[in-house]
Design a protein around this ligand. Sequence first.
Ligand SMILES: *[C@@H]1O[C@H](CO)[C@@H](O)[C@H](O)[C@H]1NC(C)=O
Ligand SMILES: *[C@@H]1O[C@H](CO)[C@@H](O)[C@H](O)[C@H]1NC(C)=O
Length: 337
Amino acid sequence: MNQLLCFTAALCLILFNICVAGLVGVNYGMLGNNLPLPSEVIALLKSREITRVRLFDPNHDALQALEGSGIDVILGTLNQDLQNLGSDLSFARSWVQDNVIPYSEAVMFRCISAGNEAIPSDFAVHVLPAMRNLKAALVEANLGEIPVSTTVSTAVLGNSYPPSHGEFSNEASTIMKPIIEFLAATKSPFLVNVYPYFAYINDQQDISLDYAMFNCSEVVVKDGQLGYMNLFDAIIDAVYSALEKAGGDSIVIVVSESGWPSKENGDIATIANAQMYNNKLIAHVNGASGTPKRPGRSIETYVFAIFNENLKPPGTEQQFGLFYPNMTEVYHVEFTH
Ligand SMILES: *[C@@H]1O[C@H](CO)[C@@H](O)[C@H](O)[C@H]1NC(C)=O
Ligand SMILES: *[C@@H]1O[C@H](CO)[C@@H](O)[C@H](O)[C@H]1NC(C)=O
């Protein structure tokens, strides 16, 4: 009888998650001196039916606010902690002790990310050791089911065009290969920040704004049998190609960041463009069409970011928010379509 009850409860939980947890979440960046309290921010997410969030570091107020919220969390470590996490298992144990265990009953940890865009950089060599020690500490705490990964930018790619030619750069390759092996062995996702905006502004000769903004209804790029109508899919398929070449064809991609700034770059960074990009991004992801290379495979995606953050570098970097710090919308984005 008890077993049956447990089974039914588990099934309900699974179904509940499938139905309720949308595929699209948001990044909760906190580089602002005028942002609302975490409890207000989490309430805002709930009111908008946003069911996933990514934190760049283990802010305890945010984690506390997330308790019982039903919102799944990708929890990052600071890059500055990677060296200690990687070289000292007891440091990794205390990190898990302080930032995961106290919340693990009431917060759904989707994944722990060892650092953000740490490859390539001086931190890069510490990423895999940090991932290993975090995983070991989680296993010791009976939380081994929480995946451990790292978040990269597309700077790890040496080649991304056409998508089938995607591969890691020589510089990143040495670091990436064993990380890919770890992700495959532990069935953990690959977290990648995907910004058609930056690809477009760096190569306006070859890329059209419509292609970057999901505003094409015809194939723009042909790659063998495959046709691409938007740059987002092309970038993701370049990452799939790179993963395959590194022995990671079973690995699931999560888009840990994507977005478009609404100001500070002429006609390109406008509210209208940012609104179009993010709404089309969400509709594309929720449509579960996958990409030409992996059709039908849904890609969990996190929009960058909840707020405009005034302590980021001046310019477009401060203008990626869906909301102003006073919690009014910069523009409306529909998360539930
Ligand atoms: C989107 O595409 C339509 C049709 O080609 C065009 O009229 C419109 O200007 C485009 N919108 C943007 C914001 O580029
Ligand atoms: C919120 O902040 C924005 C940007 O500073 C401003 O335009 C808007 O009027 C403010 N809204 C409220 C309700 O204060």
